[in-house]
Design a protein around this ligand. Sequence first.
Ligand code: AHR
Length: 487
Amino acid sequence: MAFPNTVPRKRLVSVLLFILLLVMLIMTQSHKPTLAQGPISLEEIENPLIPQRADPWMYRHTDGYYYFTGSVPAYDRIELRRAETISGLSTAPTVDIWHKRDRGIMSMHIWAPEIHFIDGKWYIYYAAARTDAPFDHRMYVLENTASNPLEGTWEEKGQIKTAWESFSLDATTFEHNGTRYLVWAQRDPRVRGNSNLYIAAMSNPWTIIEPQVELTRPTYDWERIGFWVNEGAAVLKRNGRIFITYSGSATDSNYAMGLLTADEDSDLLDPESWTKAREPVFFTNARTGQYGPGHNSFTVSAEGDDLLVYHARNYTEIEGDPLYDPNRHARVQKLYWNEDGTPYFGIPVPDGPLPVRFRAASEEVAYLAHDGDRAILDANLTQIERSQFRVIPGLADADAYSLESTNQPGHYLRHRDGVIWLEADDGSEPFTSDATWQITRAEGRAEGIWIESYNMSGAGIVAQEGALVLGPLAEDGAGGGAFVVER
Ligand code: AHR
C-alpha cells in the first residue's frame, strides 16, 4: 500500500514511532506478572470483601453465580447480590428484596439472612423482632420461584414454629441422606444463657418436626464472655463427617467460633452423635488486626478450594452495644484440611489481597514457610499460616514484588548472606531491595514460577536439601528453584 504524498513524511515517522512505542509498552506489560494474569492464575480477592455486612452468607449456585446476603447495619431489610466471581461481589449491584414492617412481628432488627435453593425454589431464612420487643426474635422464611432470585416475588412463608416460644435466630438448613434439617439458636428459659443450638428434621423448608434436639449450650468460658451464646451455625459435609461451626460470646472482640462434629452415618438427632471442640477454632488475632471473627458460612472457590466466609472488625474499642457498631465486615479466606480430615481454620488473615502459598515443585509436598526468623521448607504443614504470604508491590520497586508474612504482618522474605530470612521492614537499603523479588514463569517448566532476587538477577529462592537458600535459578527448574503457587 503506497501512502499519498499528501501525508508529510515527518508526520508519518512520528506516527510509526508512536505505534512502535505502544507495541513495546504492551510487550513489557505482558511480561510483568500479576496475580490473576501472569504465572499466578488465582482470582485476586481482597479483604474485607464487603464492608459493614455482618453474618455474611455466600452461596455458589449451579447457575455459576455466587449469591451473597448478610445483616445490614440498619437491620431494616434483606439485601441480595450476585456475581460470577467472589471478588465481583464487592461491587455487584444490590437488590433489597424485602423490608421490615412498621410495627408488630418482623418490624425490628432483621438479622442474619441466608439464601438457599431447595427443590427448585429459593428460600431466605432470617430472624426478626418487634418494635415493642426489639430483642425477642423469631425465625421466618421467604420463598421465590423465579430462576433469578434478584427478580420475581418473595412470598412470606411465616414463622418457623419451634417446640417453645422464645428468642430464636440464625436458622440454617442442610440436607443429609434424604432428610432436610434445620439448625438454629434459641433461648431455653429453663437454663441460664442467651442461646443454645438446636437441630430438627423438616417436613418442608419452613416447618420442623419434633423432636427438637439440643446440640450445644455455652459450657466453656470462651462461649460466655459478655453473653452466654451459641449462635450463627454453619454446616459443612466433608471427609465422612458433618461439621457445624458456630459462634460464642458477645459480638465484640471476644466473639469466636467453635466446632461440632458428627459421623455422616450417625443419627444426627442423637446428641451423642456430636462431639464439641473444647477450644475455639477461629478467634481474634491482634497481629493481623482482626477482632471477633465469626458467624461464618462456607463456599467453594473457582479453583475448587473450600472457603471460610465470616465477619470481623479491625478494632476492639466499641462504643455502646456492639450490635449497633456497623463495622463487622464480610471477609473470605481459604479453609484448609488436616490429614485426619478435620478442618484447619488457621488465623484471620490481614486486610488486603488474599495470601498465597509457594509449594516447592522439586519436593514431595513442602511449602516455603518461616520459623519466625528464617525461611524454611515446611513439609509437615502443622501451622499453615507460617506458609501464607501476601504478594504485594515490591518495597524497592512497585513493578516487582515483596512477600509479606501473613501471621507476622510487616515482616518480609529477604536474602542476606545467601540465606533467606523473615525480617521486619526497617525501610532502609539494602533491606528493601534484598526483600524485593521478580516473580516469573519458571523457564522450561509447564507449571511453576521463580522467585528471583531483584538485586541479584539469576539468583532466587531455591530449595536445597530441605532448606531454602539464595541460589542459581537453573533452567527447567532443576535445582529446586521452581514453586507452584496455591492458596
Ligand atoms: O448480627 C446480628 C446478630 O448478631 C446475629 O443474628 C447473631 O448471630 C449476632 O448475635
